[in-house]
Design a protein around this ligand. Structure first.
Ligand code: SAM
Length: 368
């Protein structure tokens, strides 16, 4: 019989202040976020890894990331492709380039492509629907979209065209912080939680998540974010450290963050705590070891994520000339480069962690 998250967590001697019921209150999550004792943290990694193995298992799903466009209408204070960054060369991939990237994803062993972009009105609904249909027909891949806050009709049309999943991070549940870093578009409201509900109603698998260590982010709000992962019943949870981009209002701000406040650090260790807790509160979700984690810990980032609860990695199959321009933060590591672009190299790297490449589309296996 599969072990429930509660059982695995029940082996944690570190939660000794109360019986281990497997219930994840905000207070309990908060205690783990503040935990700095290495031996205790080792038990957290181990508990998350145990739950990961008993639920989604050792296969690692590869999602081929296609950064379709770096045009963006938004002025997010954290993101290097925001509309105010005039130094950036802008691009939008064409249909043939997208298909070539999808083919490359198939060659690597990906069961899914993730089409991601800035909030780009130049990505027309019918044009993208054609691309979705073509990828499904030609390669049979699952299609995930990550295109920001699009209109309901667009989301519905893409679902009808065959898109399987949608990723939209809520970034932080602290409404005041969110308003500061993610100004709404003129004439529109900006409610990512409402859009997540719409996506669910349309039949998408729904992914969301947060950045860890945004300047101004407090421990309490991060604990609430993690509770929300469970309450929203997310199919996919993406968590990465905030990486400052010098051409943004928050560039360099992490160092300058108010030392008097209860600031969450944007460290690899903190990101790993959030990945591990995400696995424990939402045992059957698909959780990537993210590029941002690998960027701030270039040696061990990917492996660390996979060891503390993650079961997905996202090789970047965007053409190199565009990849350089999709600079949401500087010095972004690309799994695809790192792994010398072959399936064998990926297999070898995962094999060293006792893991292997998954087959199939990698939908969420509910209640596994
Ligand atoms: N426009 C879409 C959206 O907003 O969801 C997708 C593209 S956006 C660049 C994808 C994700 O990149 C965001 O959800 C955010 O969490 C992450 N991101 C952007 N800037 C970042 C930064 N400086 N550090 C870490 N992650 C960042």
């Amino acid at each position: 019989m599969p072990l429930r998250a509660a059982d695995a967590v029940g082996t944690l001697g570190t939660d000794a202040d109360r019986p281990l019921t497997g219930e994840w209150s905000e207070a309990r999550i908060l205690r783990w976020l503040r935990e700095d004792d290495e031996p205790r943290l080792a038990t957290l990694w181990q508990a998350a890894d145990t739950v990961r193995r008993r639920t989604v298992g050792d296969p690692v799903h590869l999602r081929g990331l296609i950064e379709v466009s770096n045009h963006c209408a938004r002025t997010c204070a954290y993101c290097g492709i925001n509309a105010r960054n005039t130094a950036l060369r802008r691009y939008r991939m064409n249909h043939a380039e997208i298909m070539a990237s999808a083919q490359q994803a198939v060659g690597l062993g990906c069961g899914t492509v993730v089409m991601q972009a800035g909030e780009d009105d130049g990505i027309r609904a019918d044009w993208l629907a054609d691309a979705i249909r073509a990828i499904k027909a030609e390669y049979g891949l699952a299609v995930t979209l990550s295109l920001g806050e699009r209109l309901v009709d667009e989301l519905a049309g893409w679902r009808e065209a065959g898109a399987d999943r949608y990723l939209l991070r809520f970034e932080t549940s602290d409404a005041a912080l969110y308003a500061r870093i993610h100004p709404p578009r003129a004439g529109r409201t900006c409610d990512r939680f409402a859009i997540l509900g719409t996506l669910r109603a349309l039949g998408y698998e729904v992914g969301s998540g947060v950045m860890v260590g945004i300047p101004g982010q407090r421990y309490e709000s991060l604990a609430r974010d993690i509770r929300l992962f469970a309450e929203l019943d997310l199919d996919m949870i993406g968590v990465g450290p905030f990486v400052p981009h010098p051409a943004t209002p928050l560039g360099g701000a992490a160092d300058a963050a108010d030392a008097t406040m209860d600031q969450v650090p944007n460290t690899a260790a903190m990101a790993c705590k959030v990945v591990a807790l995400a696995r424990l509160v939402r045992p059957d979700a698909n959780i990537p070891s993210t590029t941002a984690l690998a960027t701030i810990d270039r040696v061990g980032g990917y492996a660390a994520g996979l060891r503390c609860g993650a079961n997905v990695v996202m090789p970047n199959v965007t053409p190199a000339e565009y990849r350089r321009c999709y600079e949401i933060y500087p010095a972004k590591v690309c799994l695809h480069d790192e792994f010398t672009a072959t399936r064998a190299a990926l297999e070898e790297r995962l094999g060293r962690l006792g893991r292997y490449i998954a087959t199939g589309p990698g939908h969420r296996l509910r209640g596994c």
